[in-house]
Design a protein around this ligand. Sequence first.
Ligand code: HEC
Ligand code: HEC
Length: 290
Amino acid sequence: MPTKVEKDSLTGTETTGHEWDGIKELNTPLPKWWLYTFYATIVFSVIWWILYPAWPSLTGYTPGILGSNQRLEVQQRLAEARAKQQVWLDKIAAKSPAEIKADPELARFALVGGAAAFGTNCAPCHGVGGAGQGFFPALVDDDWIWGGTLEAIETTIRHGIRNADDPEARTSAMPAFGADGILDRGQIRDVAQFVLGLSGSAADKAAAERGAPLYAENCASCHGEAGEGNPDLGAPNLKDSIWLYGGTAEKIEAQIWRPRLGVMPPWQGRLPEETIKMLTVYVHALGGGQ
Ligand code: HEC
Ligand code: HEC
C-alpha cells in the first residue's frame, strides 16, 4: 500500500490508494453545493428536535419547546366546530318546527341535521330517504296515514304509534273482522272486492255490489264513505292505490281478517329535542307536507 498521496495524471484528482490490475480508484470530492445542503439539513433537524416533538422515549416523546401538539389542535378545532353548531342547535331548541321552517337559514341547518338523524334512527324501518319498505310506510309521498302537517308529523315522531312505551302514542285498532267473527269469509271476500273498486282496480262487480253495504256499515266510520281515510284515526286512504299492506284481493282480505296494526316506537326522551324538531322539518319536506 503506497502511503503518500498520489495524483491521477489525467484528471488531477487524488487517488484513494486502492488499485486493481493497474486501475486506480479516484477520490473525487463531494460537490460543494451538495455538502453545504447536507450540513444545512443537519442543522435544520437539530433545530427541529429542539422546537417540536421529535424523539420517542420510554414514557412518551420529547415535546419540543414550542409545545406544538397536533392532536390537541384537532381537538380544539372540533370543539370550535361543536360550539358553532351548538349556536344553531340552541336556536332550533327554542323554536317550533313551523318557525324553523320559516327561517331559511335555520331550515337549511334542520334539513341537513334531520337527514343525518333519519339515516341512523328511521331508515332501518322507513327505508333510505324515507322511500318506505315492506310494511313500513313511505314518507316521500304525500299520502299521510296520521296527517302530514308539521304538528301531526311531530306528534307521530314524539309519541310513536301503537307502542307500549308511550301512553300518548297514537292508537287506533281496526277490528279483526275475520278472526273475531264479525264478518264471514264470503262477506270479507265481497267487501275486499268493493275496496278494490274504490281505488279503480279491476274488481268482481257482483261481489263489490254485495260488499258496498257491508263497507258502509263496518268500514266507512273509519275509512270514510268514499274510502278517503281519516288521519285522526290513522285509517289509511283506500282509494288512492297507495297500499301499505298490498293492493291485491288476498292482501286486502288478509288485512280485513286480522289487521297488522303497525307499531312505531316513540322518540321523545330518546332523541334530543332539537333532533326531533329537525326530523319533523325534514320529514315534512320529504313528501308533500300539508
Ligand atoms: C321499528 C320501525 C320504525 C322505526 C324505527 C320508525 N318508524 Fe315511523 N312508522 C313505523 C310504522 C310501522 C308506521 C306506520 C304505522 C301505522 O300507522 O300503521 C310508521 C309511521 C310513521 C309516520 C306516519 C306516516 C303517515 O303516513 O302518517 C311518520 C311521520 C314516521 N313514521 C316517522 C318516523 C321517523 C321520523 C322515524 C325516526 C325517528 C321513524 N318513523 C322510525 C315504523 C317505524
Ligand atoms: C276502527 C277503525 C277502522 C275500521 C272500522 C276499519 N278500519 Fe281498516 N284500517 C284502520 C286502521 C287504523 C288501519 C291501519 C292499521 C294497520 O296498520 O293495520 C287500517 C287499514 C286498512 C287496510 C290496509 C290499507 C293499506 O294501505 O294497506 C285496509 C285494506 C282496510 N283497513 C280495510 C278495511 C275494511 C274493508 C274495513 C271494514 C270491513 C275496515 N278497514 C274497517 C282502521 C279501521
